[in-house]
Design a protein around this ligand. Structure first.
Ligand code: DQA
Length: 154
């Protein structure tokens, strides 16, 4: 079965109580339960990883490539805007990444409009709340299917 890494960056472990006006009231656990249910319906197997540490996220990206993960749906939190090292980690593995954000970063502080990931991502989804994970996964699955038919697709 297709395995998808759901990669969650810094402070996302605080969802539920963290800035609810911005991020809603669902906890990360609740979001992951929904993804698990979706996996049973859509026939994929999610692997979850959250860390507040840049290096741990990088290690998990490398490991994903080595263990046959098909692709990554990543909310890298604030590291989206700052981490050349995470960008390089994504470039070091041959895995499609869909970048997601719960909030609409374009409606917020200007520094959030810069992403070091978007231009190397298969797709970017943001601003709709927790449904971005569902949309991101569907997009990634469609991308993987397309790639099977045309390996040059990107
Ligand atoms: C976020 C947006 C980032 O700018 C912020 O640092 C986060 C969460 C989002 O999901 O909207 O931690 O990635």
């Amino acid at each position: 079965m297709t395995r998808i890494l759901i990669l969650q960056g810094p402070n996302l472990n605080r969802l539920g109580t963290r800035e609810p006006a911005q991020y809603g009231r669902k906890t990360l656990g609740e979001i992951h339960e929904e993804i698990l249910r979706m996996g049973q319906e859509e026939g994929f197997s999610p692997v979850f990883f959250q860390s507040n540490h840049e290096g741990a996220l990088i290690d998990r990206i490398h490991q994903a490539a080595d263990e046959g993960i098909a692709g990554i749906v990543a909310n890298l939190g604030a590291y989206t805007h700052t981490s050349i090292a995470i960008r390089d980690a994504i470039l070091s593995v041959n895995l499609p990444v869909v970048e997601v954000h719960l909030s609409n970063v374009y409606r917020r502080e200007p520094f959030r409009t810069k992403s070091l990931i978007s231009d190397i991502a298969a797709g970017v989804i943001g601003g709709l709340g927790p449904v971005v994970y569902r949309l991101g996964i569907l997009g990634l699955l469609a991308f993987l299917e397309q790639k099977k038919q045309d390996p040059t697709a990107h």
